[in-house]
Design a protein around this ligand. Structure first.
Ligand SMILES: [Zn+2]
Length: 378
């Protein structure tokens, strides 16, 4: 991955390059910022730059042996560590080696992703993911073994906040006294959940949410039409990964929008038949789609409420394709019912994640929405 192929983040790239040119780059780096950025891709591109045999001032050469190996993720001293959950047939002592092949095929296909995309790939989205103590031992051995390439050794640790406490403790000493040729890059979305003794040992770089214009440019450079890219960028609200997911599957989001429209109409008019038709349709989705649809509903509600407060009209690319007027929906929202409605949706996601019955959960939520939508502002 070349630095120029990582979308946006020009100031962050410059900061990293400056630290390399001035020989100030630390052996332990912490890239931190919200989910949905290109931080993981940046970590790879940064490692490639450090390993490049013939680097330019602002990017790797792309031609040397290291660069070619990085391109295929086959540089022998590049190691990845990431959250996982136990799957059927896994050995008792389980670490990331077991998932390595799947991981490489996953990140080759989509270098920008959410943790959930990865857990879905493993089919363990319902399980508790973590980075266990066996994996910490593997990381340490990778960082202490001799370099195969003769160049630097890297561990890119995706979401260190998923380290089991015993695994964090095990890693501390390695972070404190890294061997001369090893570099560990932590890519975190919740650095406040890391041990302070870990973060204090790292050079930190904040990776901000991308601007909508950066997202749009990136999607267009991935072959999407300007219209589709604009739709996805607007719906995803500064989350590049979600924008990509939406752009790849915009019909799916139109389906979610249609569900929301039918649901809100049923709830507002309190037509039981319409509500149950929605509940049936919703329950026929698979569980991950149910959660994704609910997250989309939450986003719809937030956008509508925020625009309503400011007296702005809403041009939502998905709902524009439907006949649902979000302005009208926004007009029945106020602080009290909007907050309660968000709680109802959050709880529905929580209950569905815990294998609750979707029909019961959504029937209950519908009953609450019927009341909330007609609740007058106090
Ligand atoms: Zn190179």
């Amino acid at each position: 991955m070349l630095l120029k192929d990582v979308p946006g983040l020009a100031p962050e790239k410059k900061k990293l390059l400056d630290s390399v040119h001035r020989n100030h780059n630390s052996h332990a780096q912490l890239f931190h910022g919200p989910a949905g950025t290109a931080s993981f891709a940046l970590a790879i591109a940064y490692a490639q730059y450090l390993a490049c045999k013939n680097p330019g001032t602002d990017d790797s050469c792309g031609e040397c042996q290291s660069c070619k190996q990085f391109h295929k993720y086959s540089y022998p001293d590049l190691h990845f560590s990431f959250p996982f959950a136990r799957i059927a047939g896994a050995p008792k002592e389980l670490n990331c080696d077991f998932f390595a092949k799947e991981w490489i095929s996953f990140i080759s296909e989509r270098p920008l992703f959410h943790l959930n995309d990865w857990l879905n790939k493993l089919d363990v989205a319902n399980k508790q993911a973590q980075i266990n103590v066996d994996e910490a031992a593997r990381i340490i051995s990778k960082l202490t073994l001799k370099s195969y390439s003769g160049g630097p050794k890297f561990v890119i640790l995706y979401l260190p906040e998923y380290l089991h406490p015993s695994a964090s403790n095990k890693l501390l000493k390695t972070l404190e006294e890294p061997s001369a040729d090893s570099i560990i890059i932590l890519v975190s979305e919740n650095p406040e959940r890391l041990l302070q003794t870990i973060t204090s040992r790292c050079q930190k770089i904040y990776i901000p949410r991308p601007k909508n214009s950066d997202i749009q440019t990136y999607l267009e450079s991935n072959g999407l039409s300007s219209d589709a890219a604009g739709t996805a960028a607007a719906v995803a609200e500064n989350d590049m990964v979600q924008a990509l997911n939406i752009a790849r599957d915009s019909d799916r989001y139109i389906q979610f929008g249609e569900l929301f429209q039918n649901w809100m109409r049923g709830c507002y008019s309190a037509k039981v038949k319409d509500i149950f038709a929605f509940v049936d349709q919703f329950s026929s989705l698979d569980k991950e789609s149910q959660k994704e649809a609910l997250r989309f509903f939450i986003q719809t509600l937030e956008i509508s409420y925020a625009a309503g407060r400011k007296g702005q009209s809403i041009n939502h690319p998905i709902y524009q394709k439907l006949s649902f007027k979000l302005d009208g929906f926004a007009s029945v929202l106020h602080l009290t019912n909007a907050k309660m409605a968000l709680d109802v949706l959050e709880k529905a996601i929580h209950d569905i994640s815990r294998n609750g019955n979707a029909k019961l959960i959504l029937s209950d939520a519908s009953f609450q929405f019927s009341n909330l939508l007609r609740l007058k502002e106090a």
